[in-house]
Ligand binder design. Sequence first.
Ligand SMILES: [Zn+2]
Length: 65
Amino acid sequence: MRIIPKPFLCKVFGHTWQYHVEDPKIVWTASKNMSELEQRTEQEPRFFQRCVRCGLERSWDAKGA
Ligand SMILES: [Zn+2]
């Protein structure tokens, strides 16, 4: 597990959360008639919040500082 030290500001004021969406890897494949490209994603996009100062991550639905 990665240990991220919390900056002083986070301890005093709480974290500054920002919403992020991490796009999954997108794969383009030719369809059967080779005239169209189909977009296929290999995994679901990841929704999360990240503190702009210390980089801590938490779930998208989390509330508060
Ligand atoms: Zn923080």
